[in-house]
Design a protein around this ligand. Structure first.
Ligand code: XLS
Ligand code: NI
Ligand code: NI
Length: 447
């Protein structure tokens, strides 16, 4: 059945902005792309298909600029209607106008972002069905696609002690219902992935927490989500988004390596992948590139929430990431493995509270898009030069020679291998790791 057009087709929420197009590095138009030329081929793939960029609903259309010290500063047109259903509908119309003008292929949402406030689980389920139906219409008319959906298991007061790891089974049942319904809606909308960010899956104090039990519950309910995915025939990936803390003092999905341990424990390797976020990487004491390299090396790579924090305070400030070098270093780890398949780059980033004009939303995203595109072009130069690859091949070349093969032979035992050093006069020598040479090489290739 064809979806009816939106009743806001004749209304513009961003009348001052025309569709953003590529004008090239020489352009001085801040409402154009200097580097994001979506059809340009980079390492054998179109830029658009490499980056698969998405706009997030929550920071861009839901947040009104409030912080813990003060009220909202944005006064968005779509937040004005006092009728909450009307407000949700306007928000959706504004979102799709923005997606179309920005010209990126994907978007992402939480169930509560696309629905009016829902007093109880039945209302939320009903509102979600209606919202998904509207989104299907918008997707069909605009050609925009869903990168992922996710259930918000952290905002409602019932989730103060967690969603899937809540000590109260009644709360867990609510969480499971939300996840089931949101996974179904994501499937209906052709979503490429489904994300679980365990916002409050963790603890504030061990004094009231049964760590073994909560972890086991998390494993059990993750398994049920995977089972449901297969039952409904959802082809996308299930992703967990690592984050060490904030809001909880300690979260169970601390970083990629911690999630690997969880998947191993509950026999979910290969079924669940990660959605990596640079700001979460830095919160856990890692770099963005470290998290990507870890996911690639453990076959866990899923998708990316692109943003960055503030180097001075270390909070999850979710800023647009303009650090071309930082992104390039991550892409250098990602691209040789084949790059993203179902994943993409979702702008989990927000404009600052003082950037209150609707056009600021465009400036934020355009800056983020161009930084990604520049990083992609830089990574292409670095990878094509082959310097890092041949340096590493040389550095580890001993492992394909006699001694390396002997050390790795499965029949070898520690006594036998340890004796090798004295028996053969092997002392081991030092070779330069040439870190500064390699770092300067990266910088020389930044576009
Ligand atoms: C919060 C997370 C959140 C997830 C989606 O820190 O980044 O935005 O991406 O729930
Ligand atoms: Ni995120
Ligand atoms: Ni975040």
């Amino acid at each position: 059945m064809p979806h009816p057009s939106s009743s806001y087709d004749d209304v513009s929420f961003f009348p001052e902005v025309d569709p953003i197009i590529f004008k090239g590095p020489g352009s001085d138009d801040p409402l154009s792309y200097q580097y994001y030329d979506k059809g340009r081929t980079v390492l054998g793939r179109r830029m658009e298909d490499h980056l698969r960029m998405a706009v997030c609903y929550w920071h861009t259309f839901c947040w009104d600029g409030f912080d813990i010290f003060g009220a909202g500063t944005f006064s968005r047109a779509w937040h004005q209607p006092t009728d909450l259903v009307e407000a949700a509908d306007q928000k959706m119309a504004a979102a799709f106008e923005f997606f179309e003008k920005l010209g990126l292929p994907y978007y992402c949402f939480h169930d509560v972002d696309i629905t009016p406030p829902s007093p109880n689980p039945d209302d939320l389920a009903r509102n979600l069905v209606r919202a998904a139906d509207h989104l299907a219409g918008y997707q069909e008319r605009s050609g925009k696609k869903l990168l992922w959906g996710t259930a918000n298991l952290f905002s409602h007061p019932r989730y103060a002690a967690g969603g899937l790891t809540n000590p109260d089974p009644e709360v867990v049942a609510c969480a499971l219902r939300q996840v089931r319904d949101c996974l179904n809606a994501t499937h209906q909308l052709g979503g490429a992935n489904y994300v679980l960010w365990g916002g409050r899956e963790g603890y504030d104090t061990l004094l009231n927490t049964d760590l073994r039990r909560e972890r086991e519950h998390l494993g059990r309910f993750l398994s049920l989500v995977v089972e449901h995915k297969h039952k409904i025939g959802f082809k996308g990936k299930i992703l967990i988004e690592p984050k060490p803390h904030e809001p909880m003092y300690h979260q169970y999905d601390f970083d990629t390596a911690t999630i690997y341990g969880l998947l191993k424990q509950f026999d979910l390797c290969g079924e669940v992948h990660v959605n990596i976020e640079p700001n979460h990487a830095t919160l856990s004491g890692h770099s963005f590139a470290h998290e990507i390299a870890t996911a690639v090396s453990l076959d866990m790579m899923g998708s990316i929430d692109i943003n960055c924090g503030n180097a001075q305070n270390g909070w999850d400030t979710d800023q647009f990431n303009l650090d071309v070098r930082d992104i390039t270093l991550a892409l250098v780890e990602l691209l040789p493995s084949g790059g993203l398949d179902t994943g993409g780059f979702n702008f989990d980033a927000k404009v600052r509270r003082q950037s209150s004009h609707p056009t600021d939303l465009f400036y934020g995203h355009i800056g983020g898009v161009d930084a990604l595109a520049r990083a992609l072009l830089s990574a292409e130069k670095i990878i094509e030069a082959g310097v890092l690859e041949s340096f590493k091949a040389d550095r580890y070349s001993g492992w394909s020679q006699d001694l390396g093969a002997k050390l790795l032979h499965e029949a070898a035992d520690l006594d036998h291998l340890a004796d090798h050093a004295s028996a053969n006069g092997v002392n081991g020598s030092h070779h330069s790791g040439r870190q500064e040479y390699l770092e300067a090489f990266v910088n020389r290739n930044l576009v």
